[in-house]
Every structure is written in C-alpha cells, then in structure tokens.
Design a protein around this ligand. Structure first.
Ligand code: ZN
Length: 235
C-alpha cells in the first residue's frame, strides 16, 4: 500500500491587533525550514524578512496581504510561527551594563512579548495652520529600510516617512504617496520629523521585556532588559 499524505500539523490562531483580524497558521516543517531559511546565520534584516514572507505564504491563512501588514504585525506573526514550529525559547546574548560581562539568556518569547498602547492605532500630528499628518504604525516596507539605519536621525526620518498615512495640506487631504514621495515633496526639517516621531511613539507597539541579573557575583546588576528590534533574533 502506498503511504498516504499524513498531516498532523495543528492550526494556531493569532489576533492581529492593528487590523483587528484573526490569522491562522500551521507550523513549518523541517523541510520547509531548510528550503526557505537560507540566511540562518545572517543578521541581515532584509534576508530574514524575505525568509519569513515565504514561510507566511506557505503556512499562513490567505486573509492577509503581506505588503499591507504593519511591521509589528509581521513581526508578531514571525515570532509566533517560529515559536510554534521550533520552540518558544530564544537564546540571546547581551552585555551587563555595569561590568560589561556577557549575559546569556534563554527567553520564552511568547511569555515576554508585551503590547503597549493597544488601542492607539492612529494619531493626528499637527505641524502648523496648513499642514497636518495622520500617523499610523509603520508598514512592512519599513523593515526593508532597517539595514540602512545607522544613526538616530536615520531612524527618526525613516520612521516618520513610513508612518504617514494622510497628509492634510490647506483644504486638501492626500493619501496616495510612498515614503519616497514624502521625502521628495515635503520640506522635512528636524522639528517636523521630531514631531512625527513623537506622534509615532504614542502608537501601539510591541516589546520584549525581560528581567535580567548579571551572573557575576560581585556585580549582581539587575535590569529590565527591553528588546524592540528582535527580528534579528529570529534567524
Ligand atoms: Zn555585571
């Protein structure tokens, strides 16, 4: 008798908190992981993002459009997909802030992810009498700019241009533009990007928070370790 296809993959539900929809996925198999996660040792965010896009397409329900996801929802899916497929423990190495000795952590990602400002999915950012922006959580496209972010100014500028969903200019409302158009068409100054960045910081966000204690007996430094860019730990 020929062996039938045997599928024992459990279906998991995940609530996407910005779009407020339910997403379903099954774990990826070892075979799928081997054929897709080619950048395993890489800390290149673009490569990691591309890998997870493929995994989501293979393992996820079809009720989402990946390009329309917010970056945080994409990361939430990636974290859960990894955790249900490979195990919930993430190994992280950091440095003690006091004595600089390495601290090795095994973190349960699902237990330590916290959503802040859960109900705040947009904010109106008024620049002057004529100009305002509607600010929303950054979309997926922002993740492709992360590798290019080197300074605090880059971070503020990229976050700002990826956060604008509407431009209110005099009597008109504009919605049809890209982050690149925003850069070329609007005279963005430091005070303006700072205002947008502050507006963006008020919105829903996801962080991984862990209490850590330095293993060095003489030091024993304790801190609340916060990770925001944990995508790179998903390779
Ligand atoms: Zn220490």
């Amino acid at each position: 008798m020929e062996l039938p296809e045997i599928n024992v993959l459990p279906v998991h539900d995940l609530f996407l908190p910005v779009q407020k929809i339910d997403f379903q996925f099954v774990p990826y198999t070892i075979d799928q992981e081997r054929s897709i996660l080619t950048a395993l040792e890489s800390e290149d965010v673009t490569a990691i993002v591309n890998n997870y896009i493929q995994l989501i397409e293979v393992c996820g329900s079809k009720n989402i459009e990946i390009e329309k996801l917010t970056a945080m929802e994409f990361i939430l899916i990636a974290v859960n997909l990894r955790s249900k497929s490979k195990g919930e423990i993430l190994d992280i190495t950091t440095k003690c802030k006091k004595c600089s000795k390495p601290i090795e952590l095994s973190v349960n990602i699902e237990d330590n992810i916290i959503t802040d400002n859960a109900d705040k999915v947009k904010d109106l950012c008024k620049i002057d009498e004529n100009l305002s922006f509607e600010i929303v959580p950054v979309k997926m496209g922002f993740l492709y700019s992360i590798d290019k972010i080197k300074t605090q100014t880059d971070l503020m500028l990229e976050t700002a241009v990826h956060s604008i969903s509407k431009v209110f200019w005099k009597e008109d409302i504009f919605t049809d533009f890209t982050p690149e158009t925003i850069k070329s068409q609007i005279s963005l100054t430091y005070p303006i990007i700072k205002k947008i960045f502050e507006s963006s910081a008020k919105l829903i966000k996801m962080t991984l928070k862990i209490d850590i204690v330095c293993g060095d007996k003489e030091c024993g430094h304790k801190e609340n370790y916060v990770i925001r860019d944990f995508l790179k730990y998903l390779s």
